[in-house]
Design a protein around this ligand. Structure first.
Ligand code: SAH
Length: 255
């Protein structure tokens, strides 16, 4: 029997060292093994004696089981994710693997270390669009049927939430983002502010602010997070620089 291993599921934030928490840095520095999708591992400096296990993005369950097996061998594993590991990311895959897997996996020393999710980073860059009630919806239909995405988009629009759209573009189905915008346009005001936040925190960061009617959904790629305002969300234009977008903290009650 080797000494017990442990698993830390670590969020790296959306990009940039300044947005990696001290806890995440500590856990990564002290791991014997790093497991993750290649682009996330590439963000971390190589360390002598530390083993890296890279994988593709479409094999989350396999990656989770691989990490759990390494822990069984007594390794101290950091499983890294972009943003927060619990937001459309690896943490849920690990708990699914544990629930379905070997009974002994339930007793593994395991902890999740949070990271800044893309929606918070994008919101911070633009002002305060998440100042009041909001929700997040992934447009990826790899793991759920498209009609369910449409049902949730319609419910969120009808409930007048600010909506953060994750995974807006898919190479397999490039039309989905256009379908999503068509649906939102049929339910929300044409003047609703929309923010496209691309590669937030990275060198190629780009922010694009438009109205729901004027926005070009074709500009979204896999590195883009879209925030669609509620009926309360405002754009504050300035003489120079990017406008601010915010959602007031209170909703006016009609008398
Ligand atoms: N766990 C991550 C989300 C992973 S899903 C989080 O907490 O944010 C991948 C999607 O996240 C991308 O398609 C994009 O919509 C969004 N995303 C991740 N990093 C981003 C960044 N730096 N800028 C904008 N969007 C980002």
């Amino acid at each position: 029997m080797s000494a017990p291993g442990r698993l830390r599921i670590v969020g790296l934030g959306p990009g940039g060292d300044a947005w990696i928490t001290p806890e995440a840095s500590h856990l990564i520095a002290n791991a014997t093994d790093l497991v993750g999708y290649a682009p996330y591992l590439e963000r971390l400096p190589p360390k002598q004696g530390q083993t890296r296990h890279q994988s593709g993005n479409r094999v989350e369950m396999e990656r989770a089981r691989h990490a759990l097996r390494l822990v069984e061998d007594g390794r101290h594993v950091a499983l890294v994710s972009g943003g927060d590991p619990g937001v459309f990311a690896m943490a849920a895959a690990v708990f699914e693997a544990i629930e379905e897997g070997e009974p002994g996996w339930r007793d593994i020393d395991i902890a999740v270390s949070p990271g800044i999710p893309a929606l918070q980073a994008a919101a911070a860059r633009i002002g305060a669009p998440l100042g009041h009630d909001f929700c997040a919806i992934s447009l990826s239909d790899n793991r759920k049927p498209w009609p369910l995405v449409e049902k949730r988009l319609a419910a969120a629009a009808n409930a007048d939430f600010v909506i953060a759209l994750y995974n807006p573009a898919s190479t397999a189905r490039p039309g989905r983002i256009h379908d999503a915008f068509a649906l939102l346009r049929s339910l929300k005001s044409a003047s609703t502010p929309v923010v496209f936040a691309r590669a937030v925190g990275r060198a190629d960061e780009h922010l694009y602010i438009e109205t729901l009617a004027g926005a070009n959904p074709g500009l979204a790629d896999m590195s883009t997070l879209i925030i669609v305002g509620s009926s309360e969300t405002r754009i504050v234009r300035r003489r120079s620089g990017t406008p601010f977008v915010y959602t007031p903290r209170g909703v006016m009650v009609e008398q």
